[in-house]
Write a protein that binds this ligand. Structure first.
Ligand SMILES: *Cc1c(COP(=O)(O)O)cnc(C)c1O
Length: 326
């Protein structure tokens, strides 16, 4: 059973059925899964979560999948490690690191892909696919193998061999495109419109895919004894994980698992190399600067109403340059 009831346009609010689509037909805004939170409140409890599996599926009431036949390789429930020495170096008393490298294919992508392919199976889609620069490719190929679905992974032709090798361990169709990551994405969008049976993790089932990232926020709160941190620093590419981590903390309050409205501020850290095609984007932000900024009320000016900020550490470009795709 699922408490998700619709896809809702983040721009104009128009509602759609829970199908394989991710863009509003009227305003081209992104679609997001919406839930009946009152129903979830009466079903979910700290005890019901504690008795669930040690994976993202312990939070199933807050995920958009019916039934319990998940495509599950055990994503999630990764350690939250107290970083004493790094914290001291940065001047932070309580610094924790969520070690999501311990997911099966080595990144948080397993959370999102587990949800995306579970939904794809439920919708009767036959092939799993994605555009990727490495981590997503590995995760899609691995989960597709577990689900006995064929997978097609599209990558830019200049990707490091070491990333491609792991993908080919799980899936046999790895297609290198002579172009950059944007070109690969455009091609995947075209294929999506021609192949109704294909589930592209980051195209037509993206709304479900990105819901998986919320589970990182749920876990952090649970691992801290149902408390929400003051600040969270998240690596960003498209920014999907960043916005969903904020949504995750908010939902915990909405369904009564935490008592007060979270005051958490979520910061995005772009990493050199994750924006292969855009020279406009800030590459100067480093974890060090991000953490210093967190410690320093100067960043208040960068605050956005929804509670997250981008491009801290680079005062010159926060206005819009990174927020376009968020
Ligand atoms: C995919 C990925 C990102 C970017 O995630 P978005 O949700 O696109 O912002 C950042 N870090 C790692 C390790 C990734 O695999």
């Amino acid at each position: 059973m699922t408490f998700s009831d619709a896809l809702k346009c983040k721009e104009c609010g128009k509602l759609y059925p829970l199908e394989a689509m991710h863009v509003c037909k009227f305003c081209f805004g992104p679609l997001e899964v919406s839930y009946d939170y009152d129903e979830i409140s009466s079903s979910i409890s700290k005890e019901s979560i504690a008795s669930g599996p040690l994976s993202i599926w312990r939070y199933r009431d807050l995920l958009p999948v019916s039934g319990s036949d998940y495509v599950d390789l055990g994503a999630g429930f990764t350690p939250l490690v107290k970083a004493e020495r790094l914290g001291r170096y940065l001047g932070l008393k309580n610094l924790w690191i969520k070690n999501d490298t311990l997911n099966l294919t080595g990144s948080f992508k397993d959370r999102a892909v587990s949800v995306a392919l579970s939904k794809a199976k439920e919708l009767g889609l036959k092939v799993a696919a994605c555009a990727s620069t490495g981590n997503l490719a590995n995760s899609v190929a691995a989960h597709a193998a577990a689900a006995q679905m064929e997978s097609y992974v599209f990558i830019p032709t200049d990707l490091e061999a070491v990333k491609v090798i792991t993908t080919t361990v799980y899936g046999r169709n790895v297609i290198a495109i002579d172009g950059n990551y944007d070109d690969v994405n455009r091609l995947c969008a075209e294929i999506t419109s021609e192949e109704p049976d294909w589930a592209f993790a980051n195209v037509n089932v993206r709304s479900y895919y990105s819901e998986g990232s919320k589970t990182l926020a749920f876990e952090v709160a649970e691992q801290l004894g149902w408390r929400v941190p003051d600040h969270v620093v998240v690596p960003i590419g498209s920014g999907s994980q960043l916005t969903k981590i904020h949504k995750g903390f908010t939902e915990l309050y909405r369904v009564g698992l935490i008592d007060s409205e979270p005051q958490v501020r979520v910061f995005g850290c772009p990493t050199t190399g994750v924006f292969p095609s855009s020279k406009r984007l800030c590459t100067r932000t480093r974890l060090r600067e991000a953490c210093e900024a967190v410690d320093d009320s100067k960043v208040a000016g960068y605050r956005k109403p929804s509670g997250w900020s981008v491009c801290i550490g680079c005062g010159s470009c926060y206005e819009g340059c990174c927020s376009g795709s968020l």
